[in-house]
Design a protein. Structure first.
Length: 217
């Protein structure tokens, strides 16, 4: 279990599109070419490939490991109950970065270093897996803001866009005011479930709208 990356996606049964759009031909072609490149170019590779990190990638990875470490402390860390799993997260992140690097550069990825932007993407994935590992292993926070964020997530359902005032109106028994809604939405935004939408001002007060982030679903 300590070496597994777990995902607990939202249950979409009851909300699935029974007539989804077909994938774009460009996506199919890019996926096929990438997979073919990985298989054809790497299938005869027998020696370990040492893929270095650029200084920027190394800096990001070091900072990420420094962030994880205190979160495993007994009594205070939010990852205390997942210490064995979290202690391997630095290595898992490096492996994720390597996979992203090779997927983007199947022909010459073994000959070039991993860039900072690739490591940033791997860290974003690792952050996703942290939250899902906590959910899968029953590490539930008693933080009231987190509980309110979960209430919003349960209410969202199949919505693609939400507004704070809609949440307050629908969940008025859970929230005392707009400030509490805003705090809970920031938690969801930090964890990749929603993102602030770009809206055009109509001359009055600019409306606050959040889009559901497909990566968080």
């Amino acid at each position: 279990m300590a070496r597994l990356l777990l995902s607990v996606p939202a249950d979409r049964v009851g909300f699935r599109n029974v007539t989804p759009e077909l994938l774009d031909d460009t996506i199919i072609r890019d996926y096929t070419e990438t997979l073919k490149g990985l298989v054809v170019d790497l299938h005869e590779w027998t020696d370990p490939a040492l893929i270095p990190l650029t200084p920027e990638a190394l800096k990001l990875h070091t900072e990420w490991r420094a962030e994880i470490e205190p979160r495993m402390r007994r009594g205070t860390g939010d990852l205390e109950a997942l210490r064995e799993w979290a202690s391997k997260l630095g290595g898992q992140t490096a492996r994720l970065a390597r996979l992203l690097h090779l997927a983007a550069n199947p022909a010459w990825g073994t000959q070039t270093p991993i860039l900072g932007e690739t490591m940033a993407g791997a860290i974003e994935l690792a952050q996703y897996y942290v939250e899902h590992a906590k959910a899968a292993c029953g590490v539930v926070s008693t933080n009231p803001v987190v509980e309110k964020a979960q209430a919003i997530l349960d209410w969202i359902g199949n919505r693609d866009q939400i507004k704070p005032r809609e949440i307050l109106r629908a969940l008025h028994r859970r929230f005392s005011g707009a400030a509490e809604v805003g705090s809970a939405l920031r938690v969801l935004e930090d964890h990749g479930y929603v993102r602030l939408a770009l809206t055009l001002s109509t001359g009055g007060r600019k409306p606050v709208v959040y889009d559901m982030d497909p990566k968080g679903r």
